[in-house]
Every structure is written in structure tokens, then in C-alpha cells.
Write a protein that binds this ligand. Structure first.
Ligand SMILES: [Zn+2]
Length: 317
């Protein structure tokens, strides 16, 4: 595949890697500095790629193309950013603008789609035909591989598992404006919100009741705090119902859970597996495996490299 620059663009950091046919040659990060404006972020991506090339003694000319995962709703099969709340962008022609900045072909897609593609290429989804990857952090992202290919829908905005409504009435308002979305009930801010209600008295497991991060709740649950377990199991239940709905629709081979919250491991995955098994049992199917991501935070750059390679191949016809 020659050398490809892979970028995972986040709200605070830009993760980069250079790939050859066998895997990543080097990895580096750069602050995103989104507040300094759109053009500045494009320059930061350019600089990061330059720095990685210098570091490996590669000329930038030797880099054939750039793949980028963007935290955004994207249309036109990943060419245009409709809305990127964490970057403060709306309606920008990101792929063309970066291609002009870099003087190279640029292939973009939603970051969660590319994380799914990364796990499918080199991670826990390798050689799996049909899989869903759900990335849980501040929000919930998801990407679907159907018949070995990234499924995008008509314009590229398909598969928003985070915005599947689980509790339509009397529930929490989601960032998207609807009520009772999976994201509003199970992402990190929901974990913190629910924990604050229940966990207001310090215990041995939870000496500090000033809960600001979901990680504190997962840690307390892992060390046996019953209230924390209750919060985690409730979130796992809502997510599990959503995943079961998808499995009843698509009968996938594997579901991969990634992102910061997924580092909680079995304390989240086990109640999730139980709910999914219970909610799909009437079909008497072989249970679908629910696995943690294998590539961790690198899933995005692996997917970006793969997306660029696929884009190049498509262009060549
Ligand atoms: Zn929503």
C-alpha cells in the first residue's frame, strides 16, 4: 500500500501514524487546538504528518495519501462534515480542504466508523464478516461492517446506535434533541449523573463522593460498591437492549465494545452480555460474542489507514 498517513482527529488531540503494508511505522500526537480555528487544525494535521515523516527519515512526497477519522456527522460518504460539535465545525468541505493543504488525496470518515474498520482489519474483528463496534466515552459512536464492508447508508450518516431511543417518554434529553437515546442513558455523563444521585455517602470502596468521571464509578463497582454496581448494571441494561434490537435485526457475528468507558472491562461487559442473551433468547440463536476492542485507542488510526488504502484502490478502479 506504499506509505499512508493515518489521522484520528479528536476534540483535544490529533493522533497520527504512518503505515506501510505491514503496520504502523511510527505514531505521534499533536494538540488539536480547535479553538484557534478550522485553518489552524488543518495546519496542525500537516505539521504532525511532517514531524512523523522527519522522525522516520521519510520524505513527505513518499506519503501517497492521508486517511482521517473525524468526530463528526459526515455526509457525501465522508467527504463533507455536517456537524462536529467537539471541533466547533459545521458544514465544511474537510476532505477537499485538507487535500489542498497536503497536496495529496485525502479519505475521511466518521471516527467511530473508522474504529470499526480498524478492528475489522487488524483487531478483534479480523476475518469477521458482520460486526458492530460501539465506542463508549463522552458520547457513543458506532460503526457497522456488513458482508466484510463498512456500511454507510445513503449519505454516510447511518448506524448511530447512540441515538437509538430506548425510553421514549419521561426520560433524559439527549444532545441530539430527542428523549431517552442510548447515549443519554449510558455514556460517561449519564454514569456520572446517576452515580451522583445514589452515591452521596462515602464508603471504603468510595472514599471520595465528589464524582466527576465515569471511571470512579466503574472502579467503585469493581471493588464491590453495590450502589456503583447498580449504576453500571442499569447502563449496561439500556445498552444491552439496544444491542439486542440490532442483533434481532442483523444477526451479527460479533459486537466489539471500545472507547474510554469500555476499559471498565467485564464489570460492564458481563451485565451487558447477560442482557443481550436474555433479550435475544427467543430466537434461540447461538449467542453473539461481545468482546472488548483489541487495538484500544489505536483502532481509529488503523481504520483511517485502511480507509485510505480502500479509497486509493477504488480510485484506481
Ligand atoms: Zn440522541
Amino acid at each position: 500500500m506504499g506509505i499512508i498517513a493515518a489521522i484520528d482527529l479528536g476534540g483535544t488531540a490529533i493522533k497520527g501514524a504512518l503505515f506501510d503494508g505491514t503496520g504502523p511505522l511510527t505514531k505521534k500526537n499533536h494538540p488539536t487546538e480547535a479553538k484557534k480555528g478550522y485553518g489552524h487544525v488543518l495546519q496542525n494535521i500537516d505539521q504532525l504528518i511532517q514531524r512523523m515523516a522527519d522522525n522516520k527519515g521519510i520524505k513527505v512526497d513518499e506519503i501517497r495519501s492521508v486517511g482521517v477519522g473525524v468526530p463528526a456527522f459526515m455526509a457525501e460518504q465522508g467527504r463533507r462534515v455536517v456537524l462536529a460539535p467537539n471541533l466547533g465545525w459545521s458544514d465544511v468541505d474537510f476532505a477537499s480542504d485538507l487535500a489542498e493543504q497536503m497536496q495529496k488525496p485525502v479519505f475521511c470518515n466518521n471516527d467511530a466508523n473508522l474504529a470499526a474498520l480498524g478492528e475489522h482489519w487488524q483487531g478483534n474483528g479480523k476475518d469477521i464478516e458482520n460486526l458492530l463496534m460501539v465506542t463508549i466515552g463522552t458520547g457513543i459512536g458506532s460503526g457497522l461492517i456488513l458482508n466484510g464492508e463498512l456500511y454507510q447508508g445513503k449519505s454516510g450518516m447511518a448506524v448511530e446506535v447512540g441515538h437509538m431511543v430506548i425510553m421514549a417518554e419521561g426520560s433524559h434529553r439527549c444532545s441530539c434533541g430527542r428523549q431517552g437515546c442510548v447515549e443519554a442513558l449510558t455514556a460517561a455523563p449519564a454514569i456520572v449523573r446517576e452515580a451522583k444521585k445514589l452515591m452521596d455517602v462515602p464508603t471504603d470502596c468510595l472514599p471520595d463522593v465528589n464524582i466527576t468521571e465515569a471511571k470512579q464509578v466503574y472502579q467503585a463497582a469493581a471493588s464491590g460498591d453495590k450502589r456503583a454496581l447498580q449504576v453500571v448494571e442499569k447502563a449496561a441494561y439500556f445498552l444491552g437492549v439496544a444491542l439486542a434490537n440490532i442483533l434481532n435485526f442483523y444477526e451479527l457475528d460479533v459486537i466489539i465494545i471500545g472507547g474510554g468507558v469500555a476499559q471498565a472491562g467485564d464489570i460492564l461487559l458481563n451485565p451487558l452480555r447477560r442482557t443481550v442473551a436474555r433479550e435475544t433468547v427467543f430466537f434461540q440463536r447461538r449467542p453473539t460474542e461481545i468482546l472488548p476492542g483489541m487495538l484500544g485507542n489505536d483502532a481509529g488510526v488503523f481504520g483511517a489507514a485502511r480507509w485510505a488504502a480502500l479509497g486509493e484502490a477504488k480510485k484506481r478502479g
